[in-house]
Design a protein around this ligand. Structure first.
Ligand code: FPP
Length: 283
């Protein structure tokens, strides 16, 4: 029998920043999943962000076209989305296409846009059934019209869902996002709607694409590369980072679970120290 304190902590720590009437105490499916995987339901990350890298190398190793790697990568997307939903992780952000990716060969860009479009259409009903809301960050106006139209349909179709937010970073680049925010702020200052003294970290955060989202607790990158590649530079200031050699098409639910467990053992101090009397007393 769990204590009242356990239940209170579960509610306080629940990832329900946008989930009205969500009671983790009664969410037996989530609690069962956590028990099955050995995950502590009190310490789940609210927001996980993933740089899905290595599709090309996965295909190359098999002497296949890079596009096959992206197709296989889409299957991994489906399984990780479902797992995050089962664990009630509130936000999953996936870096699906960067501002720099437009410079790839035309055929690959077209194939990636085609894959995105198919995913957005084919997952519409499944997202709805799972109560997942689709959102995006990035330069929506740069996407091909047909992709934008399907995106709008799925986003409006799922807009009321509150079990999880699947946030796709599309034509996304953190530096572009910051430039865009600075321009909006400067324009408000110019029009006298904002005075420059009142520009704070919060004001900047409110002008980013991610303004409605909590900062990522975990940032994962697959394929052995150890860099951020222009992904959530502002937002990941205090994120916990996880790198794996696994190429994205081979990334499994079990590996994701191991990362969550590792996250749960990390001491997040956000730059502060917890003093014991010996450490901090004045001499
Ligand atoms: C990086 O691997 C991956 C991308 C640029 C695209 C990611 C896209 C998908 C996983 C599929 C479509 C997305 C969704 C949401 C359905 P890379 O091509 O740079 O790999 P490499 O470094 O091995 O060449």
């Amino acid at each position: 029998m769990k204590s009242d304190k356990y239940h209170k902590n579960l509610v306080d720590n629940s990832n329900n920043y946008h989930q009205q009437n969500y009671s983790p105490v009664e969410d037996t499916d989530m609690l069962d999943k956590c028990q099955f995987y050995g995950i502590d339901p009190l310490k789940l990350p609210r927001h996980v962000a993933i740089i899905m890298d290595g599709n090309g190398r996965w295909a190359k190793k098999r002497l296949m076209n890079r596009v096959i790697g992206h197709e296989k990568g889409s299957e991994t997307v489906r399984s990780i989305v479902t797992l995050c939903r089962e664990l009630r992780i509130a936000v999953l952000t996936l870096y699906a296409f960067s501002t720099e990716n437009w410079a790839r060969p035309k055929a690959e860009v077209e194939a990636l846009m085609g894959l995105l479009k198919s995913f957005i259409i084919s997952e519409r009903d499944s997202l709805q059934k799972q109560g997942i809301r689709l959102e995006m960050i990035g330069q929506k106006n740069k996407l091909p019209l047909d992709v934008r139209q399907e995106l709008d349909i799925t986003m409006s179709h799922t807009a009321q869902n509150s079990k999880m937010c699947l946030n796709l970073a599309l034509s996304y680049g953190s530096r572009e996002e910051i430039v865009n925010a600075v321009r909006k702020i400067a324009s408000k200052v110019k029009k006298g709607k904002l005075s420059y003294e009142t520009i704070t970290e919060d004001v900047i955060a409110q002008h980013l694409y991610t303004n409605k989202l909590p900062d990522p607790d975990m940032v994962i990158r697959t394929s052995g590369e150890m860099r951020l590649s222009n992904f959530l530079l502002w937002q990941s200031g205090y994120s916990e980072f996880f790198f794996t050699q696994t190429l994205w098409p081979d990334f499994t639910e079990q590996e994701f679970v191991e990362m969550v467990k590792d996250y749960q053992n990390r001491d997040r101090r956000f730059g502060k120290v917890v003093c014991s009397s010996n450490d901090c007393s004045q001499h």
